[in-house]
Design a protein. Sequence first.
Length: 238
Amino acid sequence: MIFQELALVTGRIFTILPLLLFMTLTMGKRSIGQVPIFDFLVIVTLASVTGADIADPTVSHIHTAYAIIAIALFQKVVALKVIRNRPFGKWITFEPTVVVKDGKMLVDNVASIRYSIDNVLQMLRQKDVFDIGDVKLAIIEANGDISVQRKPNKAVPSIEDLGIKKKYSGISYPIIIEGEFREEVIEELGMNKESLLRRLEKMGVIRIDTIFLCTINDEGDLQLAYSRKDEEHELIQH
């Protein structure tokens, strides 16, 4: 009897978790990344339904599957409603709240969202702000995170402020991995192996199988990492 129940639990794990994953992906990234209050409740409910189904063999499996699908679809409908109807969205979630303005803590606003002063100061420190006087504006967002705008004279200077021209090298594409050409990447870049081989020969590469990784960026620069033990950490840029 016990083995039958354990087998039933195992079967439910292998059937209900893929369904839960599929419906979570259907709900979209918002339910995982930002976790607004309604999405948080949905996730908690899904966890409770799934946990009860897996742990208790007497729970109807088909009812659990139906509940997961219905909850996920309900969340999807509500998410679309929030996008199209802002007043509805404000009703079911927290609104962004200004907690610091021009270097001063707005105590009433902090109290209205049930945060303590220490909570806000800790969140500011996590944003590398240790002096509240440096803050022009700090907002507690709907997901509970804090957004900080420093005063102009306290902001970190940008590259443009320093008058430095940043060199853009783009994305590096792997064209050789562990001694083998990535045919699809080379074709996508409009290149051919013969021209790459000639370039590698000029760089002193005798055998392709000694290359652990070879990448090329948007400017055509090659970077090599060798697989031989005496050179496995050596990076050569050309």
